[in-house]
Design a protein around this ligand. Structure first.
Ligand SMILES: [Zn+2]
Length: 282
């Protein structure tokens, strides 16, 4: 989820792992970690597209020798760097009022359970921990549920309760001047865009399938006020391929990020652009 081009540190060889072995140019050797936990199953509704089965499927791709780290819980004040207190309180109350063993719907897409508020605090906390480890010179991947990039400052939507990436980015901005976010989820990260739309300290780059939920993410959404030019949206037509994504990265995202010179790169790494995802058409 997160990697950071920070000052090089001396890494003991036994901690080093190969992250990229593409053969060109030399492989990157950095320690890496996976921040995850079984506790996210407290937010689950079997049969819903966003269920624990999704995380378990993703975990099958994590190497067995990857260093796994348990997340810490985000504090409500951490969430409040992005979300309104009213939203935080509303989600907590909605979860408390949901009978144990049931799923309660905030909107037609987005459910909570009685355990979702705690799970969501851990999800945001995992993203914060991954960012902190990245700032310390490590690749860190937070595998969490519930997801976050659709959650706007005052509302949950699109399966998302709190915006994990935005909360982690806001935490990082306390330590560094600039953070770049790449969001390669199939859908536009409207919540993440909204969180930093007027900021010139966050470069938000999203590539997504055009015309899908939530209907935002058009090229003319470029930021507002001091943030003009710091939001880049590339909607791709259904059926786009890996070559199209490579073109977007090579011609747009990488040059923009190089010019921006962020201290940290956060990746909102939704896996639904993969060709066999039932909700996508890439
Ligand atoms: Zn998505």
């Amino acid at each position: 989820m997160v990697s950071a081009p920070v000052a090089p540190r001396i890494i003991p060889v036994r901690q080093a792992r190969f992250i990229s072995c593409a053969g060109n140019p030399p492989p990157i050797i950095m320690p890496y970690s996976v921040v995850t936990d079984d506790l996210f199953r407290a937010h689950d509704h079997p049969g819903h597209p966003e269920s624990q089965a999704r995380l378990e499927a993703a975990l099958t791709g994590v190497p067995a020798d990857a260093r796994r780290i348990a997340p810490t819980k985000a504090a409500p004040d951490d969430l409040a760097r992005v979300h309104t207190h009213r939203h935080i309180t509303a989600i907590r109350s909605f979860c408390e009022e949901c009978p144990p063993g049931r799923a309660c719907y905030i909107d037609p897409d987005t459910y909570v359970t009685s355990g979702s508020f705690d799970a969501a605090l851990y999800a945001a906390g995992a993203a914060i921990l991954a960012v902190e480890r990245a700032l310390d010179g490590e690749h860190s991947f937070a595998l969490v549920r519930p997801p976050g990039h659709h959650a706007v400052p005052d509302r949950a939507m699109g399966f998302c309760l709190f915006n994990n990436v935005a909360v982690a980015t806001a935490q990082a901005l306390r330590e560094v001047a600039r953070v770049a976010i790449i969001d390669w989820d199939l859908h536009h990260g409207n919540g993440t865009q909204a969180a930093f739309y007027t900021s010139d300290r966050v470069l938000y780059c999203s590539v997504h399938q055009a015309g899908t939920f939530p209907g935002t993410g058009w090229p003319d959404e470029q930021g507002a006020g001091p943030g003009v030019g710091y939001t880049i949206n590339i909607p791709l037509a259904a059926g786009s391929t890996g070559a199209d994504y490579a073109l977007v990265f090579r011609e747009v995202f990488v040059p923009a990020i190089r010019g921006f010179k962020p201290a940290l790169l956060v990746v909102s790494a939704g896996q639904d652009p993969l060709f066999d995802d039932p909700l996508g058409s890439m």
